[in-house]
Design a protein. Sequence first.
Length: 383
Amino acid sequence: MIKKPTVLVVGTGFAGQGHTDAFRNVGAEVIGMVGRTESVLKEVAAKKGIPYTGTDWEKALKDCQPDIVSIATPGGAHYAAIVPAIKQGCHVFCDKPLTDEGASARELYELAQQYKVKTAFASSFRYMPHVQHARRLVAEGAIGEPLEVECISHFNLERDIPFGWSHRKEAGGGRLNNNFTHKISIVTSVIGEEILSIAGEVRDDMGCAPIVKGVHNFKTRRKHIPKDLNDPALEWGESNVEWTYTVMAQLKSALATKPVSALFKHGGLNPRFNEDHIVFYGSEGAIYIKGHYGSGPLYVWGEDKSWEELPLPEDIQASLPDVEGDTERNWEALAREFVKDIKGEAFAPYQSFREGSLYQELIDLIRKNDSWTDVRHLQDQAT
């Protein structure tokens, strides 16, 4: 049993700082941080009061000998950081996506099993309070037998956000890696964890983006959009990953006699007209949650054939980490269970590299764009 696990964080941006706070808030000790740019690393470490800094990951592992490593970089850099950490016997907390493709993600999952280390995969918006409420309501029979789920979101992202990891498949970019991972985690948390089948289509609506130096924090990249996009001196980077996707899945549910259908429709660059939402439909009712990740409020359609807003139950409200920001609160909720498990205490089940590798393999299948059936011959026959 480890009384106070030690943590080494890789990544200095929004995620690295968020992971640092999350682990500290659940009783772990953050002893070091690793980053690529020394000046940024020193600044962040000083702000966060982190004693050890370094730009060499494997040296930092040896110097710090952490119990846990927290992976908070873009997905394309995850594999190289995780392999030596697992081989050193560290438990691993990793943000999504696990890697940039399914084969390497599966390799990490199997390597963690081989070395008997614990892993956590942060597709963590399943911890949203209204999602937890929906899970309870479905389990209690509020909608009868689950039949169908609908997840609709339009982000209206600026097309001129600076070129970076989010534009490149090999860097872990794309809306499937950074949106669908959360959506499928939300839906499985409510309906059931077993995914039976999947089909989908992706589209790159971006094309290219301006190359701008000095962007270190993903959350503040909008501030770096060039003022003059027609400047002939401006360099442009090419996108090679999806910004829009449509996915259909079938899930197994202990509460349903047939597979539950799920639709995931996301337009990263498209404007929204009405609220993004998640809806769970059943044989006797429905649950509607406003917001692309279920931020709420939550409504139930029942016997009176009308939508009724339900307040968040007091026990769910009381269980939430006292943190501002949905992303930060969800990281802490996952870190709490992960640290409990490592310390040998009772914990609630959480997602691991098992789900991380599965999701990456699903994303590989969706990106093939081969779910279409050519029906032109049927039209020719009709004429």
